[in-house]
Design a binder for this molecule. Structure first.
Ligand code: ATP
Ligand code: MG
Length: 432
């Protein structure tokens, strides 16, 4: 498409630029996440952002919010392939695990961090490109691993300094149990057909369980009164559920059993859970997950137990802001002031030598009108947050020295350092 106008272009609606200084909060958050994954020995996996459309239709279920109305699907105009921007990452991870026989030597504990895409109505906590952290524990069947992933989220709240996130828990049982429950559910909703909204009417036969997941407040009383799936669970499912509860009790993690917690994808069975906060309004679920023992099979792999969760990064960062948690400010150690172009080669060499020792150093750079005066350079040094200025003045340079000026301590004196041996004094600039 030709576009010869020069009106400025804007980002796609619901897709956000993450700019400094906000981006520093993201970097810090991801750093905390990676440190957490290391402690639990979860390994990183990166799958493509674009997948074949049938992966999600098969994996998530045809009658789900995502597949029905939220997917960015298109035909690759170069070869006719039906493709979709991934709306979630579990299906991609499982596809990759099957494709590369990742579980040939036993279970795998994996995590990802990355963008997901859903065509939803943009609002606070709901975007069209949003970011998730997720964990997937593949090949482990026991309730102990359900608890492991639940506790990883708890550890993350602690690492971040978040207090107000609570755990809700449910069990979706197994297929035959859901089938029995389904019949009871349809009977219940049919008896109150007049109270069903359009979505619910449509789902009554195709996927009545999804009705429990409705966001429509008018439907709540009807949903509250619906038959509980928990009452349909057989011995095996109850044993698994009790196993999860026993370990949570043992480690002192409180939870509320929410019989209407069903989650948005068809692939879940047995344990499902959400971490919820009351501080974000309607978009209060910051992390959701559960067991999905059927997904490997649905995607053409060997039946393999699996459990995981996905967490919305925007919502967690919003919650951090609401809770007054600040990311640590990562200021540079030094700002190099270069009064004259002639000093630039020397300043560059010193900055490089300092960076080699691990210090964060800004080397002043000019605009269209050159480097600018000392005063404006000092202003920039101050604004950068650097704790020291290094001043490459002509007199000092002639004497083989550079001036070191503390910027955050008015009482401290400016001193001189030898240009010949940067390594000897680099340590003086290090953050205590
Ligand atoms: P919701 O019920 O809020 O629509 P969901 O059940 O669709 O959430 P999941 O698919 O389980 O959510 O994704 C896990 C997490 O990802 C959610 O708990 C939420 O924190 C986040 N998330 C989901 N959709 C969005 C979105 N459109 N924008 C921002 N974050 C999102
Ligand atoms: Mg959703």
């Amino acid at each position: 498409m030709a576009d010869n106008s020069n009106t400025p272009l804007r980002a796609v609606k619901g897709m956000n630029d993450i700019l400094p200084p906000e981006s520093a909060r993201w970097e810090w958050f991801e750093h905390v996440v990676r440190a957490l994954m290391r402690r639990y020995a979860y390994q990183s996996i990166r799958t493509p952002i674009v997948e074949p459309t049938p992966l999600f239709v098969r994996g998530l279920g045809e009658v789900t919010d995502i597949v029905e109305k939220e997917m960015y699907s298109f035909i690759d105009s170069l070869n006719g392939d039906p493709l979709t921007l991934r709306p979630e990452n579990s299906a991609g991870v499982v596809r990759a695990a099957i494709e590369h026989n990742l579980l040939y030597d036993g279970g795998k504990r994996l995590f990802y961090i990355g963008p997901q895409f859903r065509h939803e109505r943009p609002q606070r906590g709901r975007y069209r490109q949003f970011y998730q952290v997720g964990v997937e524990a593949l090949g482990f069947a026991g309730p102990d691993v359900d608890v492991e992933v639940i506790l990883m989220a708890r550890a993350l709240w602690r690492d971040l300094g978040l207090a107000d996130v609570r755990l809700e828990l449910n069990s979706l049982g197994q297929t035959d149990e859901r089938r029995a429950h389904r019949a009871a559910l349809i009977a219940h909703f049919e008896a109150h057909r007049d109270q069903l909204d359009a979505d619910a009417q449509r789902r009554l036969q195709s996927n009545p369980l999804r009705i429990l997941d409705t966001k429509n407040p008018a439907m709540q009383p009807l949903v509250e009164a619906a038959p509980r799936l928990l009452d349909f669970l057989g011995e095996g499912s109850l044993k698994h559920f009790d196993g999860v509860r026993a370990v949570l009790d043992a480690v002192g993690q409180p939870y509320r059993i929410n019989p209407r917690l069903v989650r948005g994808m068809d692939y879940y069975n047995l344990t499902v859970f959400e971490w919820i906060t009351d501080r974000l309004g309607a978009q209060g679920t910051v992390c959701g997950g559960g067991r999905y023992d059927g997904l490997f099979d649905m995607l053409g792999g060997k039946p393999t137990p699996a459990v995981g969760w996905g967490l919305g990064i925007e919502r967690v960062l919003d919650l951090l802001a609401q809770s007054g948690v600040e990311a640590p400010f990562d200021a540079p150690d030094a700002y190099c002031i270069v009064p004259d172009e002639a000093a630039m080669p020397m300043a560059t060499g010193v900055a490089e030598a300092l960076r080699l020792t691990g210090l964060a150093v800004v080397l002043h750079a000019g605009g269209k009108d050159g480097l600018g005066g000392m005063k404006s350079q000092f202003k920039k040094a101050d604004a950068s947050g650097a704790r020291y200025a290094l001043i490459f003045g002509a007199t000092e340079l002639a004497a083989g020295q550079v001036a070191l000026k503390p910027l955050r301590d008015a009482a401290a004196e400016q001193t001189l350092r030898p240009l010949g041996d940067v390594g000897a004094w680099a340590g003086d600039l290090r953050t205590p």
